[in-house]
Ligand binder design. Sequence first.
Ligand code: ADP
Ligand code: MG
Length: 344
Amino acid sequence: MEPRSILKLDDNVINRIAAGEILQRPGNALKEMLENSIDAKATRIQITVVNGGIKLLQIQDNGCGIRKEDFPILCERFTTSKLRTYDDLSTMSTFGFRGEALASISHVAHLTITSKTSTEQCAYKAAYLDGVLVGDIKPIAGNQGTLISVEDIFYNMPLRKNTLNSPQAEYTIISDLIGKYSINNPQVGFSLKKHGENNNIVTQPNSTSIDNIRIHYGNTVAKELLEFEMENRSFKFSIKGHISNVNYSVKNMEFIIFINDRLVMVPNLRKSIDDVYSMYLPKSMHPFLYLSMQVEPRNVDVNVHPTKHEVHLLDEEKIVEIVTEAISAKLLGSNNSRVFYAQT
Ligand code: ADP
Ligand code: MG
C-alpha cells in the first residue's frame, strides 16, 4: 500500500491527550488543587461536588491567592511560581511542580478561577479554555484566597467520561483523598460537601493526625496506633507516622504514605511492611499505616508516571529494607511490653 503522509497533530489535540494522561478522574484534578492550596499556605479548604465531581468540582481556600498580573498566563502549560530552573527540581523541599495541573484541567473541563491576594482591593475572576484566558478578568467581591471551579470534566473526551465510575464511587475516591490529606495536614481544616447538602466530612484547623485518623477510619484503629519515628543519616531520610499495633488488623491493608508532603505509592515498601506484619497478625489480615517521609528531593524521582502517583527512590531497595526493619523492631518492642505487662 501507499504510505499515508505524516502530519503533525494540532496543538489542542496534543494538549488534550497529555491532559488526559495526567487527569484520569475528578479525584486526580482534586489532588493537584489540594496540593496547590496547601502550597499556598491555606488553613481552610472547602470542597463542594456535584455528581461525584463530574458535573462540578469546586475548591475554595484561604491561601495567599494569585496576583492579578498572573491571571493571563495562569493556565498555560508549564507556568509555575514554584520552579525556575531544572536544578530547582533537585533542591526544592516539596516536589511535583511542573506547572501542568491548571493547564491540564483547562484542556478537559470548563475552568473558572477567582482569587484575591492580601494586598489587592478586590478579587478577580476569569474563565479558561484550552490553556487560554477567555473573556475579561473581572473584578468582584471576595475574601482572600482562591476559588476554583471545574465543571463538566471530560466534556470533550466522551470515551474517558464513559469509563468513569458511578458518581457515588467517584465521590468515595474524593472523600478518601481528602481524608488522607487531612491526616497529613492537621493544621488545615477541611470540609467536603455535596452541593445543597450539609458538610459530609469536616476536620478542624490545628487538629492532630490522630484526630483525623479517628474521623476517617474510626476509633477502632485510632486507639491501636503506635507512634513511629525514624531518621537515617546515610540515606538522608526521616519518617514520622502512626502504625497499627499487633492487636489491630483489617482485611484490606491501609498504607498511606506521603513523601515530601505528596501522597504517593511505593508498592515495594507496602509489600515488604505487609510481610512483616503477617508474622504477627491472623492469616489474611493486614495493618494500617500512615507514614510521612521526608527525603532529599534529589533522591526521589516523581516523574515516573504522568500522574506522579508512583515514585522511585534512589537506593529504594536499601531504604525499603531499613524502614521495614525499623517497623519490625517497633512491633517487637510493643509486643514484648504487652507480654511484660501481662506478667506484672
Ligand atoms: P504548579 O503547582 O506545578 O506550579 P499548577 O498548574 O498546579 O502548577 O499551578 C500553577 C500556579 O498557579 C502555581 O505555581 C501557583 O502560583 C498558582 N496557584 C494555583 N493554585 C493556587 C492556589 N490555590 N493558591 C495560590 N496560587 C495558586
Ligand atoms: Mg500544582
